[in-house]
Design a protein around this ligand. Structure first.
Ligand SMILES: NC(=O)c1ccc[n+]([C@@H]2O[C@H](COP(=O)([O-])OP(=O)(O)OC[C@H]3O[C@@H](n4cnc5c(N)ncnc54)[C@H](O)[C@@H]3O)[C@@H](O)[C@H]2O)c1
Ligand SMILES: [Fe+2]
Length: 392
């Protein structure tokens, strides 16, 4: 069986990456729309970028309207700004939210219509040139063919996937991540860990994605706790930035599985940030995944050094699951109750969440195919796990 492996045309990494990428941007056009959030403007990240654009006389319009995980309404507004300002290319700077929004704006600019109608639709026309500059080490959106946009009419977090959504240029400077607060460091870092574990255990995994997934997992086990506790450790931040990139490349080509499938409905209905809903679900879903992925999880135990000679495959898999749950504990990941979700409302939404999770297609990539009943049980387990964590 053959596989297609896609990554951005150019990836610039390391300190000073923004300055170094200007030569490439020069060829993209004379005016750019910078898609971002207000926080990126206030902490000076956007200025670092515009200072470099000024030096090579590229004009810009700033759209700082992505003030939460992106919605169809934010995309409509961004498309208007792009068109009215006569821009020729796009830069997304910030976490996954501005980068996903930038891709979605680009798709609508050349393909028309409303982003609400894009789920499952083929994106026919090439986007204007797109540049992704991540400031979190998590989503990997800078190197994925994915954009996740909430449809406010249906309450569904749409997973848009198309080769057209791969950025032309990814610019990764770990210095941006130094200002990440500990809680965002954890939730985004666990998002990257989830991408890598899901890519490695996906039915669609192949040699190229295995390479990136294992490398990312190793780096995350070695550095995530360190950046949580010592956010100013630039070497550990550098490792995490590359790990997030690698994990993004892995899952963009091998797909995610049950955790992401179940995570998006929680985000759409209860406004739990993406990394936090993944982190709480990873805890609950790994045991389910394990039964269909013993060998793969045993490989990961070897990759992070918790496999001991003589262990059976199932024992190796156990060792990896135990190490992951232990890591999540040390990172103080949040529970569903931490987001003030009402118990009655949560349970009343389980059927919708299950259907939306299955409709996204992600759970079907799991090596143990989950039924609707399995997913409902896991959503219930998530609630119970949160209560249990509160008393220990
Ligand atoms: N396209 C993909 O492949 C992909 C993959 C996974 C997740 N996602 C999506 O990405 C979105 C989440 O992205 P995210 O987790 O990066 O969070 P985010 O972009 O929503 O940012 C979270 C918060 O962190 C702040 N922040 C970002 N960088 C900072 C920095 N350097 N210093 C201080 N604060 C900073 C932001 O202002 C924001 O308040 C979700 O919508 C999720 O569904 C996309
Ligand atoms: Fe994710």
């Amino acid at each position: 069986m053959a596989h297609i492996f896609s990554i951005p045309q150019n990836i610039v990494t390391g300190t000073d990456a923004v300055r170094m990428s200007m030569d490439l941007m020069r060829g993209y056009g004379k005016k750019v729309l910078i898609v971002t959030d207000k926080h990126m403007v206030s902490i000076g990240n956007v200025k670092l970028l515009t200072d470099e654009l000024d030096k090579i006389s590229i004009k810009y319009e700033i759209y700082p309207g992505i003030n939460a995980e992106p919605t169809d309404i934010m995309i409509d507004e961004g498309v208007k700004t792009y068109t009215n300002s006569q821009c020729e290319f796009l830069i997304g700077i910030g976490g996954g939210s501005p980068i996903d929004a930038m891709k979605a704006i680009g798709a609508v600019v050349t393909n028309g219509g409303s982003i609400r109608d894009y789920q499952g639709k083929k994106i026919e026309h090439r986007l204007p040139p797109t540049v992704a500059i991540p400031t979190t080490a998590g989503t990997g959106s800078e190197a994925t063919k994915v954009s996740i946009i909430t449809n406010t009419k249906t309450g569904v977090k749409m997973l848009l996937s198309s080769a057209r959504l791969m950025a032309n240029l990814a610019v990764i400077d770990p210095v941006f991540t130094l200002t990440l607060p500990p809680a965002v460091t954890v939730s985004t870092g666990v998002d990257a860990l989830t991408h890598a574990i899901e890519a490695y255990t996906s039915l669609k995994a192949f040699q190229m994605t295995d390479l990136y997934a294992t490398s990312a997992i190793r780096k995350i086990f070695d550095n995530l706790y360190e950046v949580y506790k010592h956010g100013d450790n630039i070497q550990a931040r550098r490792e995490m930035a590359i790990a997030a990139l690698e994990a993004g490349i892995a899952f963009s080509n091998a797909s995610v599985t049950i955790v992401h499938g179940m995570s998006r409905p929680i985000g759409a209905l209860f406004h739990v940030p993406h990394g936090d809903s993944n982190a709480m679900l990873l805890n609950v879903c790994l045991k389910f995944v394990q039964q269909g992925a013993q060998e793969r999880l045993c490989d990961l135990a070897k990759a992070i050094g918790v496999y001991r000679p003589g262990m059976r495959i199932t024992e190796g898999a156990d060792a990896f699951v135990t190490a992951t749950i232990a890591l999540l504990r040390t990172l103080d990941v949040k529970t569903i109750q931490d987001f003030d979700v009402d118990q009655k409302v949560y349970f009343s939404q389980i059927q919708k969440m299950t259907q939306d999770a299955l409709d996204s297609g992600s759970p079907a990539n799991t090596r143990r195919t989950p039924s609707a009943g399995d997913i409902e049980t896991l959503y219930k387990d998530l609630w119970v796990e949160g209560l249990y964590r509160a008393v220990i």
